[in-house]
Design a protein around this ligand. Structure first.
Ligand SMILES: O=P(O)(O)OC[C@H]1O[C@](O)(COP(=O)(O)O)[C@@H](O)[C@@H]1O
Ligand SMILES: [Mn+2]
Length: 650
């Protein structure tokens, strides 16, 4: 029996037998609803258009529903037309209008179809949840339409009349838009982003805007998110790195226009110090866009300038934190500046670029006065940028290093392992961390870095470690060879190789996946690990399904930069009441293309798992919580019945 004090507290919310009974009936009914759909996306890398499209289409879920409802009734082309109407209602109707007035019959049919789909996708939610999600202006009418049962003869005329009147009063367009948005919202209940929203692509700020407006999203931080979180806290090596990557892909728009960060001081500095720059090394890597020569040159100059600042700041940090064991990356002191050569482990390498005007060979990691001023200014603009701070706060508040959800384990990179498959042990201030404890340690570091005020604090150095340290669960590689890739040009691939943590080999084995699930307190027989971070090269025949189905890697590369490597436009995962489905997508080209193509977007869909019995809310984490609540409510009911607690009626 729960503490009487607790029951008394509960009685304030449910003061009498009818109130507590109603709640019990309500919760028990909810337990019997089907489990709602979860949608997993990862490695968005600034690709806002592709991401928005995946959300709109619920990764093929909407087309799948249309198939189910209209099988045998509509042709494939008609089904695709209906799907694009749901994805882009405004543009689709605008196009039709351009060809002439839209006939009433078209509106009637479209409304009828959309009502049918809305009914289907909302049928798994409680009335109250559906009501809350309805657009206020049409809530009453839509609710009426959703609750007319198919086959209810006497209601058919009633429904027809409502649809006809909607058209007569000129509201059909608005209704179609509202219903389409409703379908998009209801197709997926919960969105999981397995990390890497930032870097490489053009519009992470737009993605953040969409996520902030979403009804239910959680984020498992990726290394590139941590990079921006550290940068926004003012960690200077991370600011320099985030900017270097932005410049490397020539994506200044989101920085300057999206976040309003002024890049002119860096541009002035770069033009002054690097009037000539080796464009073959530093010219921006442009995807789906072009820049004129002068723009491209200035971005190259800025990229070199910020890269040198990054290497200096990283050198300082590595020296300050010997426990990070990253001396290997102390490159600037291994350069013979007169000869223009790099000396690594007794071997000399010719540098591809020997112009280092800001480096003092005696003190190579010291920033020049101007460099110091630049990074100081940038740090000020990052820390005082309202928009960026709001986005990063959202990442902190809705994110974590890993998540356990409905029996599955979600994280971006890895759980660091030793080559023999044991969990790696990290010793920090006398304490040993491994497995879940290590993940919790890093999660705690990230949170504390946010709440602790002082700049460049210990915690911020650790954030940088999470970005690129050997035992970081988000990086999962032994080193980052950026410097070598810029400044050396060897045939020897080993020089640049970043070796993946043994986890990536080990996860092919079912028993390792099971061991990890068990370490996190999940059922190793039924749970799944869901990973992002490493693009799956489908082209080379790599499978996203590992460990005999216990682990799924869904980074197929939404990032346009990786399409060539992966050969597809990304994987996504949906987990409904009946199945866990992995979908491979075609690369997203443009909205225009999506609007006009008459085929599906998905290349293939694999049923990773099909449940024998459809899952109910009772089988989920929320169900577990509700079951506990019901238990206490039953105790309260009994306490009223036995007179242990007095009922109140007002
Ligand atoms: O693909 P780019 O922009 O050259 O960046 C390569 C760098 O990105 C990393 O792959 C990290 O990014 P990911 O998390 O996307 O893998 C580094 O290991 C590597 O040095
Ligand atoms: Mn990553």
């Amino acid at each position: 029996m729960k503490d009487i004090k607790y029951l008394k507290l509960l009685s304030e919310q449910f003061p009498n037998i009818p109130a507590v009974s109603t709640e019990i009936i309500n919760l028990k009914a909810i337990l019997n609803l089907p489990k709602s759909t979860e949608h997993f996306l990862t490695d968005l890398h600034g690709e806002a258009d592709a991401f928005k499209y995946m959300l709109k289409t619920a990764s093929g879920m909407i087309e799948y529903k249309i198939d189910q409802i209209f099988r045998g009734e509509l042709t494939d082309t008609e089904k695709r037309e209906l799907a694009t109407l749901i994805f882009y209602p405004k543009s689709k109707m605008k196009e039709l209008e351009e060809k002439g007035p839209i006939p009433q019959a078209w509106y009637k049919e479209a409304l009828d179809y959309l009502v049918q789909i809305s009914k289907e996708v909302s049928s798994i939610y409680t009335r109250s949840k559906v009501r809350k999600a309805l657009p206020a202006k049409f809530a009453y009418i839509i609710e009426e339409l959703l609750h007319i049962k198919t086959g209810e003869k006497n209601k058919k005329d009633y429904k027809d009349q409502i649809l006809t009147t909607i058209i007569e009063v000129g509201q059909a367009r608005e209704f179609i838009i509202s219903l389409s948005e409703l379908i998009q919202t209801f197709a997926v209940d919960k969105l999981h982003i397995i990390g890497d929203i930032f870097d490489r692509g053009p519009a992470p700020d737009v993605i953040m805007g969409v996520l902030k407006a979403h009804h239910d999203v959680d984020i498992q931080w990726g290394n590139h998110d941590i990079l921006w979180m550290g940068a926004a806290r003012g960690q200077k090596a991370m600011i320099a790195t985030a900017l270097r990557i932005t410049l490397r892909y020539g994506n200044l728009e989101f920085l300057e226009e999206g976040y309003g960060i002024n890049m002119r001081p860096l541009a002035r500095f770069a033009m002054n110090n690097y009037p000539e720059v080796k464009e073959q090394i530093f010219k921006p890597h442009l995807i789906n866009k072009e820049l004129d020569e002068s723009e491209s040159k200035i971005i190259a100059q800025m990229q070199k300038a910020i890269a040198i600042i990054q290497f200096k700041l990283e050198g300082q940090l590595i020296k300050r934190r010997p426990e990070f064991k990253m001396n290997e990356a102390l490159y600037l002191e291994k350069i013979d500046y007169k000869k223009g050569k790099l000396n690594l482990k007794g071997k000399e390498y010719e540098l591809t670029d020997k112009h280092f005007p800001t480096i003092d060979p005696q003190n190579p990691y010291q920033l020049s006065e101007w460099e110091a001023e630049i990074i100081e200014q940038l740090s000020y603009s990052f820390k005082n940028n309202d928009q960026l701070q709001e986005d990063i706060r959202f990442l902190y508040n809705n994110g974590s290093l890993y998540k356990k959800y409905n029996g599955n384990l979600l994280f971006h990179g890895c759980v660091p392992l030793k080559p023999n498959g044991d969990f790696s042990v990290v010793k920090i201030e006398g304490e040993e961390y491994s497995g879940q404890k290590l993940m919790n340690f890093f999660d705690d570091i990230v949170r504390r870095s946010y709440s602790i005020k002082e700049v460049e604090s210990d915690f911020q150095d650790w954030l940088w470690y999470i970005w690129r340290g050997e035992l970081s669960p988000l990086f999962g590689k032994d080193r980052m060879t950026t410097f070598l890739r810029y400044f050396t040009d060897e045939d020897d691939k080993a020089l640049y190789r970043e070796n993946k943590n043994p986890y990536y080999q080990a996860r092919e084995k079912e028993e390792i996946c099971q061991k990890i699930l068990a370490e996190f307190g999940l059922d190793p027989k039924t749970g799944h690990i869901i990973n992002g971070h490493t693009p799956v090269a489908e082209k080379k025949g790599e499978s996203p399904i590992k460990g005999n189905g216990r682990l799924l890697v869904i980074d197929g590369g939404i990032a346009a930069a990786y399409h060539e490597k992966t050969g597809i436009g990304g994987y996504t995962l949906t987990y409904s009441d009946t199945r866990l489905r992995l979908t491979a997508h075609e690369p997203f080209i443009s909205k225009k293309n999506a609007l006009h193509k008459d085929s599906r977007d998905t290349i293939s869909a694999t049923e990773v798992l099909k449940f024998k019995k459809a899952q109910k809310i009772a089988d989920t984490d929320i169900g577990e919580k509700l079951t506990k609540d019901i238990k206490y409510l039953m105790q309260l009911l009994k306490a009223y019945q036995d007179g242990v607690i007095r009922e109140k009626y007002s």
